[in-house]
Ligand binder design. Structure first.
Ligand code: SF4
Length: 162
């Protein structure tokens, strides 16, 4: 079968809420409606690593951006960013389309559209320096699969069709 040659980059926990700080998980596993929508468009999913999981593991407590903003955590985020941008470059150099990047609003690491998270600061800085322009969207803080998430799914549809 012909592949679509279209890929979207996503924050890790969109596919796996098991890495989220314990009280903040909003699904048992993936955000089903978001993943289904991406699948319905025939778009491949590149799941980035969860930087907070890598840094502090599963037993971490909720922390603010300034609490995460240490030299070590920045270094980890820069490493993830370098790896991710290299993967993006390979896709682009091979004629694939990168649909965009989906983050998590209000995350100290993965927020794109609000107060930008540390991973996204590093990633977008490196991507732009590498000449890669990305369409950007965040999963809103109040997103849940089902009725409550319908508005975002409509926004996502437009994003994926862009
Ligand atoms: S650091 Fe990013 S990927 Fe990990 S749980 Fe938080 S928002 Fe999700």
């Amino acid at each position: 079968m012909e592949r679509s040659k279209r890929v979207v980059f996503i924050s890790h926990c969109i596919l796996n809420q098991n890495t989220v700080v314990p009280p903040l998980a909003r699904a048992k596993g993936p955000y089903r409606d978001i993943i289904e929508e991406i699948m319905n468009h025939g778009i491949g999913i590149h799941q980035m690593p969860c930087p907070e999981y890598r840094y502090l593991g599963l037993k971490r407590k909720p922390m603010t951006k300034s609490e995460y903003d240490t030299e070590d955590f920045r270094k980890l985020c820069r490493e993830i960013s370098k790896d991710t941008v290299n993967i993006m470059k390979e896709y682009l150099n091979s004629g694939y389309e990168i649909i965009g990047l989906i983050g998590i609003n209000h995350s100290p690491s993965c927020s794109i559209m609000g107060n930008r998270g540390i991973l996204m600061e590093e990633l977008l800085d490196l991507a732009y320096k590498s000449g890669i322009k990305l369409n950007l969207v965040d999963v809103p803080t109040d997103y849940y699969d089902g009725e409550r998430g319908k508005e975002f799914i409509a926004e996502l549809k437009a994003f994926l069709n862009n």
